[in-house]
Design a protein around this ligand. Structure first.
Ligand SMILES: Nc1nc2c(c(=O)[nH]1)N[C@H]1C(S)=C(S)[C@@H](COP(=O)(O)OP(=O)(O)OC[C@H]3O[C@@H](n4cnc5c(N)ncnc54)[C@H](O)[C@@H]3O)O[C@H]1N2
Ligand code: MOO
Length: 419
């Protein structure tokens, strides 16, 4: 591939391996933002990415109103004294209006959300007031503007309320709703074709033959992709022949915006997969300086990006998070996305290997001293999927370290945004 870093490029890659950072960069230069957009009702827009800037046609809130139940007064005209007695001249509920203009010495009883009467500038909350007939008394010092929500203080009419490229989470949905929008233009969900490879990999529903295992990877991939809002095209487990592999790859590239396989990308074995990929696509086979997930294939089949993820169940998930996720986020139009990383204090000695980033599965928590601390889940083999089940983060130990000691500060990648 033209721009990709080849494992065989001795300058980019003197030790035969590329770094995670080089891999991500090489992938992202080849990924283009989707051009396919659709208009949809706001009620269905959750987890989609906005394709257009949203300019607010109105002020939010549309009118200056009270943030509390109490009395609207004009603090500016209050005499300098401790006790105040004002005449209550009216009452205004949310949705209603006080039609008069408040004069000095007057107050209007007001409910939360009700429009501030003309002439008023502040609210005295009900709890601070003694009421006797038409008189209200209070002794608190009033700060001008207290408990008043100004027209447009959240969003000004004519301003960009949300920018194109923003993922619609529940809070964005609420904000769009506050603008009165019924429809939004979003990027179309991406269609991602997935399949598993391997003689030993068997579909659920079959009796497990000796020396075989049930297919795990299509399910973890489906879960990850669905959480990202993608439409999954599940092509199953591919029969181990070059012909069927080529047929499936061609078909997948026609139907999907991206194709992902698992298995068959390491040294030596199952050459038919590599040959099929080389025939149908333009693929590089990388060795990435990371653990788990060293072998990785990336390129294009037909016109669409292809990822050949390593077969081990933990390696599939870790490589998805590090490489496929940034590619998908870019394709789906999401701008400014970055993986969440934070520092935590290691609670134990953790072995790593210098020259490779180690992604150990970890559990982070806040300890009694209020510190963010992390420990591993135990055995870290890349086939041990229970390590992912127990974990709530990946512990990222950089290439420069061969071990981490208890008490060291280390990077973690919390699962919070996907897993
Ligand atoms: N001589 C070398 N051997 C291996 C290397 C290497 O660099 N040199 N790399 C190792 C690493 S690291 C990994 S990861 C694996 C990756 O190999 P493949 O991508 O070719 O995957 P397979 O050999 O097909 O499978 C590996 C492992 O995963 C199991 N598997 C595969 N698919 C599934 C599935 N859908 N569900 C559950 N489990 C699956 C498979 O049975 C194997 O146990 O290569 C190492 N070897
Ligand atoms: O990708 Mo392999 O699972 O590094 O161990």
């Amino acid at each position: 591939m033209s721009d990709a870093i080849s494992c065989f490029d001795p300058i980019a890659n003197p030790n035969g391996m590329i770094s995670v950072e080089q891999g991500v960069a090489a992938i992202l230069v080849q990924i283009a933002e989707s051009a396919q957009v659709e208009r949809m009702p706001l009620s269905r827009a959750i987890n989609h990415v906005l394709a257009e800037d949203q300019i607010s046609a109105l002020h939010v809130p549309p009118h200056t109103n009270s943030a509390m139940d109490g009395y609207a007064i004009c603090a500016e005209t209050l005499p300098v004294q401790k006790q105040h007695t004002l005449k209550v001249v009216g009452r205004v509920l949310a949705g209603g209006a006080y039609t008069g203009v408040l004069a000095p010495g007057e107050a209007v009883e007001i409910m939360t959300g009700a429009a501030l009467p003309a002439g008023a500038d502040s609210i005295v909350i009900r709890e601070a007031v003694t009421r006797e007939g038409e008189q209200m008394m209070f002794s608190e010092t009033v700060k001008i503007g207290q408990h008043v929500r100004q027209k447009g203080e959240d969003i000004k009419a004519g301003s960009v309320a949300l920018s194109a490229g923003c993922l619609i989470r529940p809070q964005e949905l609420g904000l769009l709703a506050s603008l009165g929008m019924q429809h939004v233009v979003v990027f179309k969900p991406l269609r991602v074709a997935i399949f598993s490879t391997g003689d030993e990999v068997v579909a659920q529903g079959q009796v497990l033959p000796e020396n075989c295992i049930y297919d795990t990877n299509r399910f973890t991939l489906t879960g990850l992709l669905q959480r990202m809002g993608c439409v999954v095209i599940d092509l199953g487990i591919i029969e181990d022949s070059q012909d069927s592999m080529e047929r499936v790859l061609r078909e997948a590239a026609r139907q999907a915006d991206m194709v992902i396989s698992s298995g068959g990308v390491s040294m030596g074995q199952a050459d038919y997969i590599k040959q099929a990929l080389e025939t149908v696509g333009d693929i590089d086979f990388w060795r990435v300086a990371m653990r788990p997930g060293r072998p990785l294939a990336f390129g294009v089949v037909g016109q669409v990006p292809f990822f050949g993820l390593p077969g081990n169940p933990v390696a599939v998930m870790v490589t998805f998070l590090q490489f496929v996720q940034p590619a998908l986020r870019k394709m789906m139009g999401q701008r400014g996305w970055q993986p969440i990383k934070m520092m935590a204090v290691a609670q134990e000695k953790i072995k790593s290997r210098a020259g490779r980033i180690d992604y150990s599965r970890g559990v982070y928590r806040i300890n009694d001293q209020g510190e963010l601390v992390v420990q591993t889940t135990g055995a870290q083999g890349s086939g041990i999927l229970t390590s992912m089940v127990q974990a709530n983060c990946l512990i990222e130990i950089g290439e420069q370290y061969s071990q981490v000691d208890a008490g060291d500060r280390i990077l973690i990648q919390p699962f919070s945004d996907l897993l």
